[in-house]
Design a protein around this ligand. Structure first.
Ligand code: GBH
Length: 483
């Protein structure tokens, strides 16, 4: 009997295996060699970061700024985490040049920021505060000087406290249009991309129905539906005002947290179910805006609580937009169930994973379905789409060495940008992506307890430190691909 060594035996087994599986594998790549499935974004894809005035500016009383409902709310005991306020926040009011350098270092092409209405009109209407407007002029100039295109939101929840009745009053929608007209007239030569409002539900339902956001009220269905109507009306009148006062070529849209419904499985029936659900769950806001009318099912469901609509309202609300901005963080799931409405929403199991904020459940495919549903349902009503926010909170820790190893944020971003790439590669008109947020900031009712930034902010010294995710985003932008 022929005796073979253990070594020879191993070799012959390996050779037999290699023969069996030959043809089933591709040649190995050398280090640094591009792999065939690299997720390249199209040339010219716009990478950016987003913030909002009350969350980063501070300078709450600087240069004649009037109070907003969020100043009042955050100064009311028990409303925010540890009673924290946006009085100082990141003090971007004074440190904006540093912040533009942070953006420049990341290599972004654009910055989404918002204007504090009560800096420009301290009581919301009437008397203008020139110094407030000048501040935004300086910020915009600084961005442009650094080759960063400003995308500006007119309203990110900081309703001037001087407006009697806030969003309960129809006059607020009109005051908003006047404010938009004034700002566009004065900044329209420099800013070419405007968003009217940010996330309707957060300054309507959460402020006037749930009470967890400013102004902290808990009203019934009738008043709340009217408030929702005033909010979308403000958007519509705002679009008209911006168009009437801006140079031609100006792009107008909004930033809406379209509620994303993903199909449980990717089959025709479940996809159809998810689309039906998308229309319904977004009924009072996005659906009405893009259809130019309230859905029959919504009106029927609300009955005598349905909003009172005046002549011309729906025309304004349905104004054509140049782009739709969607803020996307989390998914919901639907399945086809053979019912009359055509779908059932899946309850979320308690075991569903989430990020540092308990509401921030991790389902990266939401960014793909968010884009696809909206584009498939409303087609040419959505000529271009931007992700105006996406990002996550993390329990960031600044090490003694001055590092923040936020691998969970990198994981979140990598997976969302992978899913977004799918939407882009299927031809959906996604033009850009704004990461929320440039730096840690005032996270509304959560105060400073939840950090969403690419830069860590020490809220005592206001020092900004880039996190690992900032390095990762910088590299992603430089390569124009995600990996
Ligand atoms: C966006 O809202 C905002 O536009 C931005 O200002 C904000 O900083 C960012 O996201 C991160 O939150 O406490 O369970 O009741 C996202 C939508 C709506 C999500 C309110 C959190 C409270 C959930 N947000 N919601 S809960």
């Amino acid at each position: 009997m022929k005796v073979i060594s253990r070594r020879q035996f191993g070799k012959s087994v390996a050779a037999a295996a290699a023969a069996t599986y030959a043809g089933l594998s591709l040649p190995r790549l050398a280090l640094g060699e591009p792999h065939p499935m690299r997720l390249e974004y199209p040339k010219g894809f716009l990478w950016g970061c987003a913030t909002a005035a009350y969350q980063v500016e501070g300078g709450a009383q600087a240069d004649g700024r009037g109070p907003s409902l969020w100043d009042v709310f955050s100064h009311t005991p028990g409303k925010t985490h540890n009673g924290e306020t946006g009085d100082v926040a990141d003090d971007s009011y004074h440190l904006y040049k540093d912040d533009v350098q942070l953006l420049k270092n990341l290599g972004v092409g654009t910055y989404r920021m918002s204007i504090s209405w009560s800096r420009v009109f301290p009581t919301g209407t009437g008397q203008v505060n020139q110094k407030g407007l000048d501040y935004y002029s300086r910020v915009v100039d600084e961005l442009l000087a650094n080759n960063i295109t400003p995308y500006v939101t007119m309203f990110h929840w900081d309703t001037p406290a001087g407006l009697q009745g806030g969003w309960q009053s129809r006059d607020t929608s009109k005051a908003f249009a006047d404010y938009c007209a004034y700002v566009t007239k004065h900044l329209g030569d420099k800013v070419k991309h405007w968003m009217t409002t940010n996330e309707f539900i957060c300054f309507t339902d959460l402020g006037y129905k749930e009470g967890q956001f400013a102004p902290g009220m808990k009203l019934g269905a009738g008043p709340v539906n009217q408030i929702r109507h005033h909010a979308i009306l403000a958007h519509g009148l705002g679009v008209q005002a911006i168009r009437a006062n801006a140079p031609s070529g100006t792009q107008v849209g909004l930033a809406e947290n379209a509620i994303v419904v993903a199909p449980v499985m990717e089959t025709d029936e479940h996809i159809e179910a998810a689309q039906k659900a998308t229309r319904d769950v977004n009924a009072p806001f996005l659906t009405t805006l893009l259809d130019g009318k309230y859905p029959e099912s919504y009106l029927a469901h609300e009955g005598t609580n349905a909003p009172k609509v005046e002549d011309g309202d729906m025309k304004a609300i349905g104004s054509a937009i140049d782009f739709l901005g969607v803020n996307i963080y989390v998914p919901l799931y639907a399945r086809a169930d053979g019912s009359a409405q055509g779908y059932a929403m899946e309850p979320m199991p308690t075991s569903f994973p989430h990020m540092a904020s308990p509401w921030l459940q991790l389902g990266p495919e939401c960014i793909y379905w968010g884009v696809r549903n909206v584009c498939d349902i409303w087609k040419d009503k959505v000529p271009a789409i931007f992700i105006t926010e996406n990002g996550t909170s993390s329990d960031d820790v600044l090490t003694p060495a001055g590092r923040v190893e936020d691998v969970d944020r990198v994981m979140y971003l990598r997976n969302h940008l992978t899913q977004l790439h799918r939407a882009v590669s299927e031809g959906y008109p996604v033009k850009g992506y704004f990461l929320w947020s440039l730096m840690d900031n005032f996270e509304w009712a959560d105060g400073y307890s939840k950090r969403f930034g690419l830069h860590y902010v020490d809220f005592k010294t206001l020092k900004r430190t880039p996190k690992l995710s900032a390095e990762w985003y910088k590299q992603t932008i430089a390569n124009n691909r995600v990996e």
